[in-house]
Design a protein around this ligand. Sequence first.
Ligand code: ADP
Ligand code: MG
Length: 362
Amino acid sequence: MIKFENVSKAYDESKVVKNLSFNINKGEFCVLIGPSGCGKSTILKMINRLVEPTEGTITIEGKNVRDFKPEILRRRIGYVIQNIGLFPHLSVKENISVVPKLLKWDKNRIDERVSELMQLMGMQESLFLNKHPSELSGGQAQRIGVARALAADPDIVLMDEPFGALDPITKSGLQNEILRLQRKVQKTVVFVTHDIDEAVKLADRIAVMNEGRLVAYDRPESILNNKENEFIKKFVGFDRALKKLTRMYVEDFIKPYQSVKISDSSEFIKRKLESEIFVWVLDDNGNLKGWLNNDDSTDLAEHIESLIVKNIENFQVSPDCSLKDALSVMMSENVVTLPVVDNGRLIGEIRLSDIVGNEKNS
Ligand code: ADP
Ligand code: MG
């Protein structure tokens, strides 16, 4: 069991972890969750003494971590660093072997262990052992990061947002592997994330942190159903709302649009713009070329071409794009309406207000 008793950490005057007391049972999967900067990484690092608490004590199986010899701590505690953190100049094999080498294992034992771990991670030795981290995909590198943490068969594994940078499919695959692995090898895992769905999927117990304090420590069901704590409700709710957008698609929210053709007369275009804030501009084949803003209409006569806002590729979304991605485009381009384009042709538009209101086009 890992036990935190009144643990605080201060940098200069400011306390970043405040009077933390909680236990992580042996063999349990504990997930620390909370907004960026709330102290999650600091808590992990106090377990393996990369950071020393300012106050309080941390014990492992009743023994103060300060009283462990460093090499014992290293063997008993695996650590998967935020942003993977493989050593770039070392090969895959050398990366996995770091701790066993520090522990002075003999070469055969290290080779055997590396083989075992590659098998566990579902990676073919002949393909990967001599590669360097820069030659791996995100998912492969992350697997090696996990293998490295497990190399000396630690009782405890600390994982700091290990899957944060991965695409959803790779992420989900690795989550499943970690779950399977933990059931099989019964490690005590302390896992940091800011993703509530990941926490619910993996955790036996979730510790919700806010501004250095433990707000709740409970089973996932209880955290999801917490109705009393405003922070938890907000944190779970906001994340859930964003998540929901990843499973909703632009095609269900497409709205009719106003457009003109490049070949239309400037009189016609002017009239059209009188009642619109902007219009999309198409060529004669219905392909989207850009848009015209209504404040441009005064001197439209000669030079429609030059007034069209053109770098339309940055703005357009396809019908199968998720609402979350559409929302990111709006945020990054600072617009509230996007053209929906299918094979170059404008088929409608999508608006921020419809995304926020979840207003479908049915
Ligand atoms: P999280 O992992 O939850 O994003 P951290 O534990 O990394 O948060 O950091 C908690 C707070 O402590 C942050 O405000 C961060 O800026 C601060 N902090 C972390 N490490 C240091 C340090 N070495 N010196 C000063 N402040 C730090
Ligand atoms: Mg962190």
